[in-house]
Design a protein around this ligand. Structure first.
Ligand SMILES: *Cc1c(COP(=O)(O)O)cnc(C)c1O
Length: 470
């Protein structure tokens, strides 16, 4: 054992060996030294525990190569690009929407240059950060006024805090939803200080249920989009126009949390009809809230549109400062919204819209191309086939609705890693690739793969499936 310890290279020799890799050589010396020391400590542990017993295992060429891999993994940024082969377009864990190139460029410029963020270029005096998106939001949605905050959870919170703190808000029982664990309508409402007044049954709520619950304590009527689930069968929801009529009669504001917030009518693309923001505004909702990074296809933001008097009150709420949207987001949001002025162009260049509306023929063609590349890259280790399958919109939009796609299925031959083992190895690849497995196959969905990613997918899979990377 002592002999094995003596074979370990000194830290400086291992550090010197890293100089051959320019990317590593450019990193701060202290960072490299820590990573090298950590690697050599690991080898010492292996010797002590009897996992490393042969002098040949400590051949310096071998040790330096492993050390370089360890250092590269230990020093790379934690926040990284991944390849999304899941077919879930608005994948919350993978960053939801990708930005259109011009929206990303606008965000980059906002970072690299000074801007008129809160500066009025006509007067030379202080301006409003919201001014950049108010007009375009009014034009696109038909609302009188608009405000943007950090995300839709914040939007719901500030709307309730402003309009209903210490008073009651009436909501249908069927709409007390939980969205992704940490956002639950009853809890958000409790935090806002508004008092939840639930009405109706889980599956059916009638206008009279709202009416019977109204009291001098009532501040508003709230409708929540049941984003990620569906109640089917014997059901009845009170429609927004019905709720608006009731609100008008009782002099109560009607708030709608639309969740995903389509500006696009996807019905033409074969998706079930979902209310658009424009429709909610036209139906008379006083305040409508929705996300910027779900099917809208922009940056993370919470968008609030509605009647001028309510928006003005919400804007003045001191909470607004705590939920303030930042300049990168504003730049990307304005740029994304501007694209909606030409709906056809929006569908072509906003990645979320392009992926949701991609035609089955285009996806089949892309799948065949990917399959061809993979057959070459994985020859003899996996069978590669293009099979019909389904993608999802994600982000709580269109739950349970399948988008037809063509998947590329990989099935192991001989002793190649199993689909689950391969999926695990792909997570450790550079860049990591996220895919799903089903039965005996690893499945890749071309819907969420960019055209210029196909070769990279083949490269990453070739590396991850090699026996020696075990
Ligand atoms: C997604 C969603 C939210 C939360 O929006 P974030 O932008 O993720 O904060 C709130 N309400 C509904 C109905 C949603 O679907």
């Amino acid at each position: 054992m002592q002999n094995l310890f003596r074979l370990l290279p000194p830290v400086d020799a291992a550090l010197g060996s890293l100089a051959q890799d320019p990317a590593l050589a450019a990193l701060p010396r202290a960072m490299l030294r820590d990573a090298v020391t950590d690697y050599l400590d690991g080898l010492r542990d292996d010797i002590r525990a009897g996992r490393l017993t042969e002098p040949a295992q400590l051949d310096h060429g071998l040790v330096f190569a492993q050390c370089a891999r360890h250092v590269a993994a230990a020093t790379r940024p934690h926040f990284r690009r991944v390849i999304n082969a899941t077919g879930v377009v608005v994948h919350t864990n993978l960053g939801r929407s990708l930005l259109a190139p011009e929206a990303a460029a606008a965000a980059a410029e906002a970072c690299l240059r000074y801007s008129n963020l809160e500066f009025d270029l006509t007067t030379g005096e202080r301006g409003s950060r919201y001014s950049h998106v108010v007009d375009i939001l009014r034009t696109l949605t038909g609302a009188e006024d608009a405000l943007v905050v950090n995300n839709n959870a914040a939007a719901v919170m500030i709307v309730l805090e402003t309009l209903a703190k210490g008073r009651e808000v009436i909501v249908s029982r069927g709409q007390l939803v939980e969205i992704g664990g940490s956002f639950r309508i009853p809890e958000v409402m409790a935090k806002s200080g508004a008092v939840l007044r639930e009405v109706g049954a889980t599956n059916r709520t009638h206008p009279r249920d709202y009416e019977n619950a109204v009291s001098p304590e009532t501040a508003a009527l709230l409708k929540v989009h049941t984003s990620n689930y569906r109640i089917v069968g014997f059901t009845k929801e009170v429609s927004l126009p019905e709720l608006v009529a009731l609100g008008a009669r009782l002099e109560l504001p009607v708030i709608e949390d639309l969740g995903s917030g389509n500006l696009t009518d996807f019905a033409a693309c074969g998706l079930p009809g979902e209310p658009t923001v424009q429709q909610a505004v036209a139906d008379g909702a006083d305040v409508v809230t929705f996300s910027g990074d779900k099917v809208l296809g922009g940056p993370q933001a919470g968008i609030i549109v509605g009647k001028a008097k309510y928006i003005a009150a919400i804007r003045k709420n001191p909470l607004n400062r705590a939920m303030r949207i930042d300049k990168m987001t504003l730049a990307a949001l304005e740029s994304t919204l501007r694209l909606y002025r030409d709906p056809e162009r929006a569908r072509a260049v906003i990645p979320t819209l392009a992926m949701i509306t991609a035609s089955p023929e285009r996806l089949a063609k892309k799948a065949r191309k990917l399959a061809g590349l993979l057959r070459k890259a994985l020859a003899g280790r996996y069978t590669v086939s293009a099979i019909p399958g389904a993608s999802r919109v994600g982000g709580g939009a269109y739950p349970e609705h399948d988008l037809p796609t063509t998947l590329v299925a990989l099935r192991p031959l001989a002793d190649a890693p199993s689909p689950d083992a391969l999926r695990q190895r792909l997570l450790a690849a550079e860049p990591p690739l996220v895919a799903r497995t089903q039965d005996d196959a690893l499945l890749l969905d071309p819907r969420t793969l960019a055209d210029d990613e196909l070769k990279l997918v083949a490269l990453v899979l070739a590396q991850a499936s090699r026996p020696e990377t075990a």
